[in-house]
Design a protein around this ligand. Structure first.
Ligand code: NDP
Length: 419
């Protein structure tokens, strides 16, 4: 019986929170906190009476360490689940260190202001040394390893779907199906249709930054970078059908390259429809995806943040989105001296998610694993001290919980592969 402090009350958080309330045996109490307490209160009102979990709310600005520390001391949770934005990762980790509580998140650190000269100098050095130019990488959070270990606390990084479930699938494949994995293709397909010409399924700023950046993949010990959307493939996804998919850089490639011994190639593909790509290109060409402030009528505004205000709120897509997601990984490797290919995936239906919890499948497929990761940490099933990516823990209890909490998975030992 543990208490969890959840930072964030957006699309992903609202699923994680409702799933915690379905798991009252583990989460006897949760506190929901963000800068807008009224949103947390509205969610609490929906849950009160429908769960044995005691729900409280608070206001916190997670960009302010003193506020975070004060809240953690007042709330006394066993762990903090960070489902705010990647911008807040380091501040929340600092507050966890200061107060001695465990930390869980779903996305690696990324700075809000990519023009900050101090950050930029480190970033440019990393681009040259590592060979990929994404704004996010794990070095910032991995650097906390010794301090978390000394403090006797756990940081579980990347407990969403991708990263998260795809990383656990990889650990599970290695444990049960292979002696060595040589190639991993992570395939993220959203076959859902929300009926809008253009909308993003999760936070638009984070989503558009990721998708408009250069692609990259891991190949024999080094990064190969591509232009945005340069590599396209078509795949016939079980229960969804044929879709165009494009190679992107994605954060779990970095940690899987480190944690799956002997892996030679890791690629990440995401499906996009033509309408999405055309809108994105157009917005990019006119500067609307820029993260640098511009002066408008004497006031600085950040174009991508202004765009976010115009786009549909991802949380509002739930009732409109029809169709399914299919996210998983194809592994090639060796077992008992013979070559082998295995595909592990989950199919999730947007409308089923909406019926159960009032959200579309993208928030659902991220919020469920966030709850499961937090449950395994607070109940001590995952109990290593230091900073770890999710594939560094025993995958079995997580895989079992996926089946129990709404994300059942399939193992196909004879799948079509991606050329
Ligand atoms: P939303 O924009 O819907 O929600 C973000 C939440 O963070 C809001 O409730 C906001 O509340 C809160 N927040 C933002 N800034 C602060 C702050 N300074 N202090 C406290 N709270 C803050 O985002 P999503 O729910 O779509 O995404 C949440 C996270 O999940 C992101 O990090 C995203 O990258 C990650 N993600 C991971 C995926 C995966 O598979 N691993 C997939 C999809 C998303 P308020 O404004 O009230 O402060």
């Amino acid at each position: 019986m543990s208490k969890l402090l959840i930072i964030g009350c957006g699309g992903v958080a609202s699923v994680a929170i409702q799933k915690c309330c379905q798991n009252s045996d583990v989460f006897s109490e949760i506190c929901i906190a963000s800068r807008t307490k009224s949103k947390c209160d509205a969610l609490k009102a929906k849950l009160d009476g429908a769960t044995k979990t005691v729900v409280t709310t608070a206001r916190v600005d997670a960009d302010n360490k003193d506020e975070l520390v004060e809240l953690i001391r007042a709330c006394r949770p066993k762990a903090v689940l960070n489902v705010a934005l990647p911008y807040q990762d380091l501040m929340i980790m600092d507050a966890c260190l200061e107060t001695g509580v465990d930390y869980i998140d779903t996305a690696n650190y990324e700075p809000e202001n990519t023009d900050d000269p101090k950050w930029r100098a480190i970033y440019e050095k990393r681009c040259k040394e590592a060979g990929f130019s994404a704004y996010f990488d794990y070095s910032w959070q991995w650097a906390y390893g010794e301090r978390f270990q000394k403090a006797g606390i756990t940081a579980l990084l990347g407990s969403g779907f991708d990263p998260g479930v795809t990383s656990v699938f990889s650990a599970y494949a290695l444990k049960h199906y292979f002696d060595e994995i040589h190639e991993i293709d992570i395939l993220d397909c959203n076959g859902g249709d929300h009926g809008y010409p253009f909308a993003t399924n999760f936070n638009p700023e984070i989503n558009l930054r990721e998708v408009s950046a250069n692609g990259s993949y891991w190949d024999n010990g080094r990064w190969v970078e591509t232009a945005p959307m340069e590599i396209k493939r078509v795949y016939d996804f079980p229960q969804v059908g044929k879709k165009d998919m494009y190679l992107l850089h994605h954060e779990e490639i970095e940690s899987l390259a480190k944690n799956i011994p002997g892996v030679r190639r890791i690629r990440f593909f995401m499906t996009f429809g033509q309408s999405y790509l055309t809108h994105m290109r157009c917005l990019e060409n006119v500067g609307m995806l820029s993260t640098s402030p511009v002066l408008f009528e004497g006031r600085p505004i950040v174009p991508i943040q202004f765009l976010k205000a115009l786009l549909p709120d991802p949380a509002s897509l739930g009732p409109r989105t029809k169709g399914k997601t299919n996210i998983g990984c194809i592994y090639k490797g060796i077992k008992d001296g013979r070559e082998k290919t295995v595909y592990i995936y989950n199919v999730c239906d947007h409308q089923e998610c909406y019926k159960e919890i009032g959200s579309q499948a993208i928030s659902y497929t991220t919020g469920v694993p966030a709850m499961i990761g937090a449950a395994l940490v607070v109940s001590g099933v995952w109990n290593k001290k230091g900073v770890f990516n999710i594939e560094e823990f025993d995958p079995d209890p997580f895989m079992e919980a996926l089946n129990r909490f709404g994300l059942p998975w399939v193992v196909d030992e004879n799948p079509a592969t991606v050329e």
